[in-house]
Ligand binder design. Structure first.
Ligand code: COA
Length: 256
């Protein structure tokens, strides 16, 4: 990897830090590395994942210098979807730590994560319309599912920037913290989650995501099956036995 780093920390957290020039432009090369890192974290999962663009900004979107006509758009769009679908498919809790601009593909990358912690200085937006184009990395779909169709349309059709306080209010950011506390909070939450019942977490994340793709009745069917599936895990036996013996919150899980 040349345009990002993937650090596996002793506490079970994997930290992906984008490192592509001034604005972390999401070139097809960087998207390929994001896909590779996400695939590695699916095949050999850490306990939880944090994705950051560093302490200045998250990412300013697609690398506009790679744009051309429809042929280039097909290549760039495929690279975005492959990379961001791979991030969304990581079977662990994935947190975006957003320090500054998360625009266009940067906002879409944050949306492909499970949870967004924003610095007070964070700015989100889908400014593609200002280039005469539309979001191509899942923004029309994941943003609408996160903030609702009307707000997503307003954001995507005006291209305006959304600051952290508004992002929190509309559910685009899940937490807002001071810039100094951002990475510590993201890593701290990830470490807490990484100590949990990881197999059950993976099942729970899958059922929430898959359930949201379809009608409620189908989602409830998925949950009914998954509730049985989770009782096959060692952690379910450990967790229930620990509760009965020691009370709540005392179990030590193995993640299996
Ligand atoms: N792709 C390629 N290069 C980009 C870029 C992008 N998405 N965003 C910024 N850059 C480049 C600029 O061209 C500039 O290059 P230069 O230093 O060689 O002139 C450099 O990054 C810094 O950008 P600049 O605009 O000078 O910095 P800023 O701090 O004033 O503004 C942004 C930062 C992110 C707000 C602004 O650059 C911006 O709006 N970028 C485009 C965001 C966008 O439309 N994304 C969706 C793409 S579909």
């Amino acid at each position: 990897m040349e345009l990002l780093t993937l650090e596996r920390r002793p506490d079970g957290v994997a930290l992906i830090t984008l490192a592509n020039g001034k604005v972390n432009a999401l070139s097809t090369e960087l998207l390929g590395e994001i896909r590779a890192a996400a695939t590695e974290l699916t095949n050999d999962p850490a306990g939880a994942v944090v994705i950051t663009g560093g302490d200045r900004l998250f990412a300013a979107g697609a690398d506009i210098s790679q744009f051309g006509g429809p042929d280039e758009a097909a290549t760039i769009g495929a690279a975005f979807h492959d990379a961001l679908d791979a991030v969304a498919a990581i079977p662990r809790f994935v947190i975006a730590a957003v320090s500054g601009y998360a625009l266009g593909g940067g906002c879409e990358l944050a949306l492909a994560c499970d949870y967004r912690i924003a610095s007070e200085k964070a700015v989100f937006g889908q400014p593609e319309i200002l280039l005469g184009i539309i979001p191509g990395g899942g923004g029309t779909q994941r943003l609408a599912r996160t903030v609702g169709a009307s707000r997503a349309k307003e954001m995507c059709l005006t291209g305006r920037q959304v600051r952290s306080d508004e992002a929190l209010r509309i559910g685009l950011a899940d937490e807002v913290v001071s810039p100094e506390d951002l990475i510590e909070r993201a890593l701290g939450l990830a470490a807490e989650v990484a100590r949990g019942a990881l197999s059950a977490q993976a099942i729970c994340k899958r059922v929430i995501d898959d359930g949201l793709d379809g009608p409620l009745a189908d989602g409830l069917g998925l949950e009914r099956d998954a509730f049985v599936e989770v009782f096959h895990t060692a952690d379910a036996r450990t967790g229930v036995a620990s509760f009965l013996e020691h009370g709540p919150g005392k179990a030590t899980f193995t993640g299996t």
